[in-house]
Design a protein around this ligand. Structure first.
Ligand SMILES: [Zn+2]
Length: 354
């Protein structure tokens, strides 16, 4: 059992181990504002589930504010601001919260390095890093180059009790502008090879903790079904390959399921049984947030045109107060997060002590 709030280092590893031993995974929800952070935390709290909160580079920029100049610094400041907000409120929700950043391709390595700098300063001051982990998605580069960067970054992260998520094989679709058109990719590349997973294990496990987003036909975003076939058994084969070579425990690898939006409950269950401890959900929670504002405006159209009802003279203030419709968005997003907790088997499994 852990104290509620942001977990890093050994506590993070305890949480990951617990997921795999108990056979469930944590929802990793993308956020870009305090509203989406709070909605994600609320959904997990209502299900007594622990949760992973993550930001993309674009989400970090949005967090800093679209009104300030969009620079490298703004995208670092936004990520730090989001992290500070999560640290400040997380413990009030009574659950464990992992703080992570999402897809960073080769061009975004400097973004990751600047955030590591912020965590190094935090670590020197408090003994804890600002984030639990970062992600590097160099799956479009040759594997040698991918793993080379991962080694270098993980060496730095391990010193401050942080973990690294890597990506092997191409997950189709697009995640916040980073990604690949499924139809243009050689079909074999949509499936990670167990030999590649072994290479990653050999090179990274001596350095520190890492997790692997493996491609098994999963797609970022929600598309028409039928383009790609989901083959979660690739995860099982990769576990077996590493286990046989290194004589490890049953599931030596910590897998991450990217492109979780739109997956069926059975597909999710199967992937989790092969050692997935984290599933990214972004597209579906975005839609859940936005559809609530649609319904709200439909129900009160006049309140979005006039401050006072032209027929009755009644002020509309209570209806157009942004807190009214933003709360509807939060509630709707929190419901989708609860669905994710249920589908991943995470409901009721929080290891935070009350
Ligand atoms: Zn991915």
């Amino acid at each position: 059992m852990l104290k509620p709030g942001v977990v890093t280092g050994e506590d993070y590893l305890t949480l990951v181990r617990n997921c795999k031993e108990q056979g469930y995974a944590l929802p990793a929800i993308n956020v870009a504002s305090t509203n989406t952070v709070n909605a994600a935390l609320e959904g997990a709290m209502l299900k007594k589930s622990d949760i992973i909160i993550q930001l993309s580079n674009g989400g970090a920029q949005f967090f800093a504010g679209k009104g300030i100049k969009d620079t490298h610094a703004a995208r670092v400041i936004g990520a730090v601001s989001a992290a500070r907000h999560v640290h400040t409120v997380a413990k009030e929700y009574g659950i464990c919260v992992v703080l992570h950043t999402d897809h960073a391709n080769k061009g975004l390595i400097p973004w990751v390095e600047s955030m590591i700098e912020a965590s190094e300063e935090e670590f020197a001051a408090t003994g804890h890093p600002l984030f639990s982990s970062h992600m590097l998605d160099l799956s479009e580069e040759p594997i040698e180059e991918n793993l080379g960067h991962c080694e270098r970054i993980l060496t730095r992260l391990a010193k401050i009790d942080m973990s690294l998520e890597i990506e092997l094989g191409v997950t189709g679709g697009e995640e916040d502008g980073v990604g690949t058109d499924v139809d243009l990719v050689d079909n074999n590349k949509l499936y990670t090879q167990p030999s590649e997973v072994l290479q990653a294990y050999d090179r990274l496990s001596p350095i520190g903790h890492f997790s692997v987003a493996a491609a098994f036909g999963n797609v970022h975003g929600v598309y028409k079904p039928g383009n790609v076939q989901l083959r979660p058994e690739i995860l099982q084969q990769s576990q077996a390959h590493v286990r046989n070579i290194h004589d490890t425990g049953e599931k030596p690898l910590d897998f991450v399921f990217h492109g979780g939006s739109g997956s069926s409950p059975d597909e999710i269950k199967e992937a989790v049984s092969y050692g997935v401890f984290k599933m990214n959900v972004d597209t579906d929670t975005q839609f859940a947030f936005s559809k609530a504002v649609g319904s709200y405006v439909e129900a009160h159209p006049a309140a979005f045109k006039y401050q006072i009802d032209p027929d009755t003279g009644t002020p509309f203030k209570k209806l157009y107060d942004p807190r009214a419709w933003l709360r509807a968005c939060e509630t709707s997003m929190a419901e989708r997060v609860q669905q994710a907790c249920d589908e991943l088997g995470a409901s009721g499994k929080s290891i935070a002590t009350a």
